[in-house]
Write a new protein. Structure first.
Length: 173
């Protein structure tokens, strides 16, 4: 048995291993196996012929078509709309959950009703401490601080003395 060159993988042996097994030549079989490289990366299954892979189009639109994904749910509408969710509320009250799910999948509703990152909902503002409310209002420019203007102490005292202020206080109480 003649082998030319250095043996690296079993594919270089051709059918020599098979012949030595069928002819019960165990010495040849052992010699051929000992001549092979012991590095697993030299095995022939790691050296398969390489073909050029076609460049796949992995754009978002192509993947959405491939996986049949519906429209993306927007975070917020482009314009503020107070009536977002009104039709869904009617469907829930009627018990038409299947219709609601279908409508949500075809035309997803935005997560938020307004597209304003700095908007703080009224429920949150109402639960703030008075000092924090005041700071928030001054930061938003909604509050004109009384300390910015000089107080007319004499005029205030005159209102109290004439009874104008007392009548206003009785009306509100």
């Amino acid at each position: 048995m003649q082998i030319d060159g250095v043996l690296i993988s079993e594919s270089q042996l051709g059918s020599a291993l098979n012949i030595s097994v069928h002819e019960t030549r165990s010495a040849d079989f052992a010699m051929l196996l000992s001549m092979l490289s012991t590095d697993a990366l030299d095995f022939s299954q790691f050296h398969l012929p390489k073909s050029e892979a076609a460049a796949k189009d992995n754009s978002e639109e192509t993947l959405k078509k491939q996986f049949e994904i519906g429209p993306q749910k927007p975070l917020a509408p482009k314009e503020y709309n107070m009536l977002i969710g009104q039709q869904n509320a009617q469907l829930v009250s009627m018990g038409a959950m299947a219709t609601l799910r279908l409508q949500e999948n075809l035309n997803p509703e935005p997560f938020a009703a307004r597209n304003d990152k700095k908007h703080i909902p009224l429920e949150v503002v109402e639960n703030l401490e008075p000092a924090v409310k005041r700071r928030l209002a001054s930061a938003q420019g909604k509050l004109a601080l009384v300390t910015d203007k000089a107080m007319d102490a004499a005029g205030f005292y005159d209102q109290i003395a004439t009874g104008d202020m007392q009548s206003m206080l009785r009306a509100t109480a």
